[in-house]
Every structure is written in C-alpha cells, then in structure tokens.
Design a protein around this ligand. Structure first.
Ligand SMILES: Nc1ncnc2c1ncn2[C@@H]1O[C@H](COP(=O)(O)OP(=O)(O)O)[C@@H](O)[C@H]1O
Ligand SMILES: [Mg+2]
Length: 215
C-alpha cells in the first residue's frame, strides 16, 4: 500500500535519514523504534506527507504522492491518512464529538456527526461525546484522538508515541484498541513507540539507527 524509496532528510547539515526503504502492506501493524533523535518522527511525518524528503519518493498504491502540489497533497492526506500524536492535540474548547468531526467537516461531509457518534460508541466513549478534553482522562482523550483519526476512514494511521503520555493500564488498553481495529476493520497502522511490549506485538518491528532501518 505504502512504499518509501531511498528517503533522505537533513536539517542544517545534520543527516537524519540517509536512505530509508520500506513498504507497508494493507492491514499490517508496523512498529518503529529507535533512540531519541534517531529520526522516527521525521520519518513518520514524511511517510504521512506532513513533510517532504530532500531525496526519495513516497508511493501510495503505486502513485507518487511526495511530488504532489500542496493542495493535492493536503487532499490526499485528509482522505487517506490518520494521525495520532503523543499529546492528543484536541481543541480544548470543542467537545469530544466536535473534535472527532473536524477532519470530516473539512471535506464538507454531512454525515460527520452520526459517524462521530458511532465511532465514539465503538471506542467506549458514548457517555463522553459532549465532554470537553479537560473533562476526560488521558486514556479517554487519546481514544478521542483515535476516533478523530478514523473519521475519514483512512487507509493508514500513523501514530507517534501514542501511549508515551499514558499510565501503563491506559497504554495497554490503547494498544489493544489498535489491534482490535486492525482485526475487526482491517485498519493499517504504523506506530512509533518506546513501549517494547507494543513494538513486539506488531507484525513487524523496524529500528532506525544511523539514518537507516537496521531491522
Ligand atoms: N524541523 C527541524 N529542524 C531542525 N532539526 C530538526 C527538525 N526536526 C527534527 N530535527 C532534528 O532531527 C533529529 C531527529 O528528530 P526526530 O525525527 O524528532 O527524532 P525522534 O522522533 O526519533 O526522537 C533530531 O536531532 C532533531 O533535533
Ligand atoms: Mg519523535
């Protein structure tokens, strides 16, 4: 589904990524591990078209997306890609349901609200739909981010240390949710994590070291 060919990225002479090749198949859960500063977030942003490589290509279903113009790339990203970050990035003044709707409203999608409610139900948050982020636990906030990532039925979800800010029980529940979504809905995930248990549960674990993938 997704392929990266010979990705290079430097910042001010610092060679962060030095020739990354990888492929992600539909319905795979792939984990990415590596030391702090190894380039995990940089790679995830490039794979998700939030950033562009200095050299190399990103192909989605054999179509090169890394060379699309900004407008087409933003459209592609909104349609096909979901993101989950370490800090939930929910809008504090909006309710859970409103936060989940936002990526769909950007598309002018009139079915957003009913789908948001359905997703919140699936994720065990039916009673939390009208709560603001500050009224939710860390684990609940992160499940709202998962619902938001799912609202446009993306082909692939990128998660950057999604449980890095959670207690171990909430982290375990979140990890279980990822595998549930893969097993029941065929959702594809690429997850950067320091959690070795999660990394080990994935179908494949990739390690970034010295700018390349070593495993
Ligand atoms: N926008 C940026 N400008 C300058 N340097 C950056 C930028 N983004 C990341 N870096 C640097 O690139 C390296 C890799 O960063 P990052 O991908 O965030 O690592 P990781 O997620 O593995 O901890 C770090 O040394 C970081 O300081
Ligand atoms: Mg990072």
């Amino acid at each position: 589904m997704l392929r990266a060919d010979n990705i290079h990225k430097s910042y001010n002479g610092l060679n962060v990524l030095q020739g990354i090749d990888l492929s992600i198949a539909k319905e795979e859960v792939v984990s990415i591990v590596g030391a702090s500063g190894a380039g995990k977030s940089t790679l995830l942003h490039i794979l998700g078209t939030l950033d562009v490589p200095d050299q190399g290509r990103i192909l989605f279903n054999e179509v090169e997306v890394s060379s699309l113009n900004q407008k087409k790339m933003a459209h592609f990203r909104n349609q096909e890609i979901g993101f989950i970050f370490q800090f939930h990035n929910l809008f504090p003044e909006f309710t859970a349901k409103e936060n989940v709707c936002i990526p769909a409203l950007i598309n002018g999608d009139s079915g957003a609200e009913s789908r948001a409610i359905e997703l919140l139900n699936i994720l065990g948050l039916s009673k939390r739909a009208d709560h603001k982020p500050s009224e939710l636990s860390g684990g609940e906030q992160q499940r709202v981010s998962v619902a938001r990532a799912l609202i446009n039925q993306p082909s692939i979800i990128f998660a950057d240390e999604p449980s890095g800010n959670l207690d171990s029980q909430s982290a375990d529940e979140l990890h279980e949710l990822f595998f549930d979504l893969r097993n029941k809905m065929g959702q594809t995930f690429v997850i950067v994590t320091h959690n070795m248990q999660l990394a080990g549960m994935a179908d494949r674990k990739l390690e970034i070291k010295d700018g390349t993938i070593t495993s």
